[in-house]
Design a protein around this ligand. Structure first.
Ligand code: TPP
Ligand code: MG
Length: 276
């Protein structure tokens, strides 16, 4: 087909994209999806695409609602939210997409804010370069059916105290005064203030997106307001074999070692009967 993109059936984007990448490994494949599409109807495909580490770049527009169908709650809707399908408030604990990515052995996870195109651009470039499944969660507003859902985190007046931009190799600090940071305390991360209780810059953890062990990335991905700032930027990026590379190698090996090379040879192979 002479095209650069098309719509698939709701929930099946990961399947179509996996098929395209398997058949045409030379293509640079990007999949756009919603929180409902990727985590509800397409949840099964989503985790297996990630587990296979097939080289696809995935942008999840997480507006924490089924927008197109006019406002039913999704797997990422916050507990207690009143929606058209939860008139008394949801009684389900939401997924954070990053938790699923780590649980499914993901190799790349990043989070960006819809109204910050500059940060988004840098992350998209990183994701594009990553060999394997790259998942980018966009904290996306839905003006009509879930307006201002992320404002509690990204609102102009609160953003600097409620968001932490993670940069590989740099201290994990944030805040309007850039004086808050993350340390490890007991079994979990903890927010501290530099200059208080004997805490200095040296105590603050450095972000390493490349550690194979996903435990720290899992903790960073699930940080949430009010206990923690929400992490944006590239949280995890590790190199690992991709499904499409391994598949191509297998196909090439099979072709090289095949004793039957053409359809005519195939038809004349094995037991052949001549009909008279
Ligand atoms: C097979 C199928 N089932 C259900 C629907 C109805 N449907 C369309 S969009 C949607 C939910 C979309 O939610 P999300 O993925 O979060 O995207 P948003 O509209 O919020 O961007 C549903 C249930 C459909 N189009 N096709
Ligand atoms: Mg949605």
């Amino acid at each position: 087909m002479e095209t650069y993109g098309f719509h698939s059936l709701h929930g099946r984007g990961a399947v179509i994209a996996s098929g395209i990448k398997a058949a045409r490994p030379d293509l640079n494949v990007w999949l756009t999806t919603g929180d409902g599409d990727s985590m509800a109807i397409g949840g099964n495909h989503f985790i297996h695409m990630i587990r296979r580490n097939i080289d696809i770049n995935v942008i999840i527009f997480n507006n924490r609602i089924y927008g197109l169908t006019k406002g039913q709650y999704s797997p990422t809707t916050r507990f207690g939210t009143v929606t058209k399908s939860s008139p008394d408030g949801t009684i389900e604990k939401p997924f954070e997409p990053g938790e699923l990515v780590m649980g499914a052995q993901g190799t790349f996870f990043a989070r960006v804010i819809d109204k910050e195109p500059k940060g988004m651009e840098e992350v998209f470039i990183d994701a594009g370069k990553h060999n394997g499944t790259s998942i980018i969660e966009v904290l996306q507003n839905c003006v009509i059916f879930n307006d201002a859902t992320h404002e509690i985190i990204v609102g102009k007046d609160v953003r600097d105290d409620r968001v932490i931009l993670l940069k590989h190799g740099e201290k994990m600090i944030f805040g309007k005064e850039a004086n808050k940071g993350l340390v490890f305390d007991g079994n979990d991360l903890k927010v501290v203030t530099i200059g208080e209780n004997g805490i200095t810059l040296d105590d603050i953890l450095v972000h390493d997106k490349t550690t194979k062990n996903p435990n720290m990335h899992y903790m960073l991905a699930r940080m949430n307001y009010p206990e923690y700032p929400v992490a944006i930027g590239v949280i995890r990026s590790v190199e690992q074999d991709t499904y499409d590379d391994l598949l191509t190698a297998q196909v090439n090996h099979a072709v090289e070692n095949a004793t039957i090379r053409t359809t005519t040879e195939l038809l004349n192979s094995g037991k052949v009967f001549e009909i008279k």
